[in-house]
Write a protein that binds this ligand. Structure first.
Ligand code: GAP
Length: 447
């Protein structure tokens, strides 16, 4: 389970607070994330992702999938059930230990995580708090029509267990031997006591997890390897080094399953906080499931007679934390031709739209030509077509949502068959023949 950095909850300076609020406002105003069920007043700390947020989250998953699954030959993926047999959570230790310390304020009756508030209620300032008691973060539900103890099930708080209980299925059907990995992207649910900081801590979120099974003697080597790999991934998608660091966990902060954990931390507007966790889970989970199920979850090499329970190295990260980090590191305000602009300097593979097609006029024959340009581009890139308002305002709108390239179709295009490519960060413009546009953009966009 995530170890918390209390430094995390409040912005460090007024400037950071303003910047954070600007990002939250932009996200709501431009359709990245809306308070959930807004028309009923929302639901505390719960968000629905709008059209741009949905595109960005898809791109984040795709970028992770690309580096973890597609570009490797030692990782396969699964898609396991969310409502899992409760025996899984008994064996994994989540029923007993997936808990946070809960305290009640006797004055205002708010509830808090004891380790986040240093003995004082953040709501009313009272220090008249109850003793801390363990609160299990798993959401409980009932399977079938009868609400009794025999039908209790839990929504998964991590996707990892789906990979452990399918270890043998995957290893045998895919003819694998350690080192090899199983990856999964899927919904996870945690009844967090105090969610917050916009989309940083949510009660439901998508997890991207890799369980990488290795010979026990090689675990330390692979742990270091995955720390490097994952840090490089953030750099590859444009997060600068000054906003990233490793935070190795002290032995007393380790989760119940971990022998070694290092977080990749990000400098959020409120301070350093966890972005991703990388853990050496040892053989804890496979051994626990072997004991509880009676099925030996081991690797056995028939040719050598070698038999062992693999150790597991696990990089795990939530998509919404990654989105938050990308938004924070990309948000910028600058001046173009004496005019202030807001710009999201997102990596082209992460930005909601890669291309915006902007005809200078709505009238024919320009519209027909612009629609042709759109058709050429939209099988390769996510595109937006915008023919409203002045061209300057349309550029500003695209800058604000991070679109790296605008294609302007003007009256000259009708004569010379060329369009203008306008680059978001430099605002530079070049003319390119329409038949070369897709190739030209592909060269620039591909990471
Ligand atoms: N299987 C290991 C595991 O789940 P974790 O540190 O509890 O480890 C992994 O969670 C990652 O999931 C975190 O590093 C963070 O990116 C994300 N995460 C955890 N709790 C979250 C929450 N309430 N809201 C959003 N993301 C969360």
């Amino acid at each position: 389970m995530e170890a918390e950095n209390n430094e995390g909850e409040r912005p460090k300076t007024a400037g950071d607070q303003d910047r954070f609020e600007a990002i939250v406002n932009l996200s709501k105003r431009r359709g990245f994330a809306f308070p959930s069920a807004d028309i009923y007043g929302g639901m505390r700390s719960t968000y629905d992702f709008g059209p741009l947020g949905t595109l960005m989250l898809r791109n984040i998953k795709e970028a992770w999938w690309r580096s973890i699954v597609r570009e490797r030959d030692d990782v396969v993926a699964i898609d396991a059930a969310i409502i899992t047999n409760p025996k899984v959570w008994e064996a994994s230790g989540h029923l007993q230990t997936f808990v946070d310390p809960l305290v009640d304020c006797r004055n205002c009756h708010e509830r808090w995580r004891a380790d986040q508030i240093e003995g004082v209620c953040p709501n009313c300032g009272s220090s008249d708090l109850t003793e801390a008691r363990p609160f299990n973060l798993m959401f409980k539900t009932f399977v079938g029509p009868v609400d009794d103890e025999s039908s209790v099930a839990y929504l998964r708080p991590e996707t990892a267990q789906g990979m452990f209980v399918n270890f043998l299925n995957v290893m045998t059907t895919m003819r694998r031997k350690p080192p090899f990995g199983i990856a999964q992207i899927g919904r996870a649910f945690r009844n967090e006591i105090t969610p917050g900081n916009f989309i940083f801590r949510m009660r439901e979120f998508d997890l991207m997890e890799l369980e990488y099974f290795v010979p026990p003697a090689d675990a330390e080597k692979w742990f270091a390897y995955w720390c490097d790999e994952r840090m490089s991934w953030y750099r590859r998608y444009g997060i600068p080094d000054r906003l990233l660091r490793f935070h190795p966990h002290a032995p007393e902060d380790l989760s119940h399953y971990s022998a070694q954990t290092s977080d990749i931390e990000f400098l959020y507007p409120w301070g350093w906080g966890e972005l991703e966790g990388i853990a050496n889970r040892t053989d804890y989970d496979l051994t626990a499931h072997s004991e509880h199920s009676g099925i030996r979850l081991e690797y056995f090499d028939q040719s050598t007679g070698e038999r062992y329970t693999p150790y597991v190295i696990e990089p795990a990260v939530g998509t919404t934390r990654v989105m938050m980090a990308f938004l924070v590191s990309a948000y910028d305000e600058d001046e173009i031709g004496g005019e202030r602009r807001t710009v999201l300097r997102l990596h082209p593979s992460i930005a909601p739209y890669q291309v915006a097609v902007l005809p200078l006029s709505r009238k024919e024959p320009l519209e027909e030509l612009a629609r042709d340009v759109l058709r050429r581009c939209n099988s390769t890139f996510m595109c937006e077509y915008d023919d409203t308002q002045s061209i300057g305002r349309r550029y500003r709108r695209q800058d604000e949502i991070g679109t790296p390239y605008c294609l302007t179709v003007d009256f000259e295009s009708l004569n010379d068959g060329e369009v203008t490519i306008r680059e978001r960060d430099s605002t530079e413009q070049i003319r390119v023949p329409i038949e070369n546009v897709v190739a030209e953009l592909r060269d620039r966009i591909e990471a």
